[in-house]
Design a protein around this ligand. Structure first.
Ligand SMILES: [Zn+2]
Length: 181
């Protein structure tokens, strides 16, 4: 339920709060920009796999991730329009839409709300980064899969190499038989 708040009118001046956002590219915290990760298997052998933390679709691993920063912002403006539905009121300022929960009479009140919005945005960003840690299982699964394939390929190589040497040996025997005078 929305808290009962003072209702503003068109042409009222309000203070409104926002969590201003900026982003920058930082070095991937998992691979430290190398784009590869080393996985230690149960027998202490190490394998190298693509870093899933900084992988970006078709771009592949970039060695960097986007970090978002937030800061409390206060603005004062005159209300141009009001949108009202059953559950909420929104104020229009130019092309901006301000939720009634973020609109206040004084900058002090708006400042408190902006701090709260920043905290919410920081928490959401932290959650996003934590969810990035989940692919760890996939990395390990990938590493395990590729290692199994390498083992199988090694077996195939040994098998076919052995077959080939038998074939070479046999063909020598054949030749020995084939060259009678
Ligand atoms: Zn990375």
């Amino acid at each position: 339920m929305a808290i009962e708040r003072k209702k503003f009118k068109i042409d009222d001046t309000i203070w409104y709060a926002r969590a201003g956002q900026s982003d920058c590219q930082i070095t991937c915290p998992d691979c430290l920009g190398t784009r590869r990760l080393r996985v230690i298997m149960g027998d202490n052998s190490e394998v190298s796999i693509d870093c899933a933390c900084c992988e970006r679709g078709y771009l592949g691993c970039t060695g960097t991730i986007t970090e978002y920063k937030f800061k409390a912002e206060l603005k004062s403006a005159i209300i141009d329009g009001i949108e009202q539905n059953r559950d909420e009121t929104r104020y229009r300022i130019g092309c901006w839409i301000i939720n009634a929960n973020d609109a206040f009479e004084t900058p002090e009140e708006a400042g408190e709300r902006a701090k709260q919005l920043v905290k919410e945005a920081v928490d959401a960003e932290r959650q996003r980064l934590i969810s990035k840690e989940k692919p760890a299982k996939t990395w390990a699964q990938n590493a395990s899969y590729h290692r199994q394939r390498i083992k199988q390929a090694q077996k195939d190589l040994d098998y076919h190499t052995a077959k080939l040497s038998v074939a070479a040996f046999k063909s020598k025997e054949d030749k020995a038989v084939e060259v009678p005078k």
